[in-house]
Design a protein around this ligand. Structure first.
Ligand SMILES: *Cc1c(COP(=O)(O)O)cnc(C)c1O
Length: 383
């Protein structure tokens, strides 16, 4: 259950929160989901790890998302038990045996990703065998320009190994697919073309027909200073590249966006606890919802809220610190805010729907966990 308010000021008047509050904007999530569903020529899976909050999953489901990229039993259980008819895909290349068995027997999961031949054996051992299973072989892709995290560094097989796994899975009765992930917040649509061309090479080497091709996540969100090409450009690049790959006529094209689907769908209200000149101490920080400002170097739009009285029109740059006692807990960039900001004022930090609560720790006893729903527009929203 979440409380619902018309806008942020209505929430502030009602709660006057001294704790951090996530503001979910379901209408933004709905609009973004619709764009993906309209533009992507295939199946759109939401990558649950990006934000597993029940309100976020419910908003996506309501917006028409029915397929979910899951990587653990808790994620699978949550999706299967809270969203009727939602399909789960087990997209983690390394899984415990008991986890595979439970996913298969309890939750009827029949789509799995692998990047090593031993993982195929584990899956065949722990399930009813090849019939009815779809095995995706995850391939490694070259580092793409401008991505925040190069996810192919940890997982993925080379062309020869991938081709051998596809043939083996096929010979054991499985349907087969190829999956990759070009890296999160990928600013170059050509990275998808490069990866799809590589998948085409694997198919040629394996001489099998693909039942599915999964182009992964990585689609960017708009942060401060991000100059991301429009989603249309990614989609047309993918559509064009897929023409060069030999697949079955009924081959399912899939994508697994996380960040791009939900980043703009939630902001975080923080409160100023103390001001020292040009330094502000607020109640959430890099061990909470703001870790990507450090890890990914992203910059987030922010604005001040004050209920009583006007604030100065003039702005200055502030250094903003989080609540833990660690001296690293400082945002790595300065935030322009009204010159007369003071204790008790709120700072709304936006574009925090992705990798925020999902990454937050309980370090020092601080943890942002309150969610409410609002129906106003995010900072800098263009209609
Ligand atoms: C994290 C992840 C995603 C989502 O990535 P985004 O960059 O958030 O779109 C999709 N697929 C896999 C396999 C992942 O690990």
């Amino acid at each position: 259950m979440s409380r619902e308010f018309a806008d942020v000021p209505a929430m502030l008047r009602a709660l006057s929160p001294s704790y951090p509050v996530f503001c979910l904007r379901p209408h933004i999530i709905a609009a973004t989901a619709k764009r993906f569903l309209d533009l992507f020529p295939g199946r759109v899976l939401y990558a649950v790890k990006c934000n597993p909050h029940p309100l976020v999953l419910a908003a996506l489901y309501k917006a028409g998302i029915r397929h979910f990229d899951t990587a653990s039993l808790p994620e699978i259980a949550q999706v299967r038990e809270s969203l009727p008819d939602a399909a789960c895909y087990f997209m983690h290349p390394v899984k415990g045996r008991a986890v595979i068995g439970t996913a298969s027997r309890v939750y009827n999961i029949d789509q799995y990703v692998i990047d090593h031949p031993k993982e195929l054996e584990k899956i065949l051992d722990e399930t009813d065998g090849g019939e009815g299973l779809t095995i995706f072989v995850r391939i490694t892709t070259p580092p793409a320009q401008g991505t925040l995290y190069h996810l192919a560094a940890k997982f993925g097989a080379g062309v020869e190994e991938a081709a051998a796994m596809l043939r083996e899975a096929k010979s054991r009765g499985c349907q087969v697919g190829i999956a990759f992930h070009v890296g999160s917040q990928c600013l170059d649509p050509d990275a998808y073309r490069t990866a799809i061309d590589l998948a085409a090479k694997v198919v040629e080497r394996a001489q099998v027909e693909l039942h599915a091709l999964d182009v992964g996540g990585g689609f960017p969100a708009q942060y401060l200073g991000t100059n991301a090409p429009p989603l249309e450009e990614y989609m047309s690049t993918i559509e064009e590249a897929v023409k060069g790959i030999h697949v079955r006529r009924d081959c399912v094209l899939m994508c697994e966006p996380g960040r791009a689907l939900v980043a703009a769908g939630a902001s975080l209200i923080t409160q100023v606890q103390l001001r020292k000149e040009d330094k502000l101490y607020i109640n959430d920080g890099i061990y909470g919802a703001l870790s990507e400002t450090v890890q990914g170097g992203i910059k987030l739009p922010a604005r001040m809220w004050r209920l009583k009285g006007e604030h100065a029109r003039e702005y200055m740059d502030f250094t903003v610190s989080g609540p833990t006692c660690d001296s690293l807990d400082v945002l790595p960039y300065k935030i322009p805010l009204p010159v007369d900001i003071e204790e008790g004022d709120w700072i709304e930090i936006d574009r925090l729907g992705a990798y925020s609560n999902a990454n937050a720790t309980r370090f020092n006893g601080f943890y942002p966990e309150t969610w409410i729903t609002v129906h106003d527009d995010p900072i800098g929203h263009v209609k």
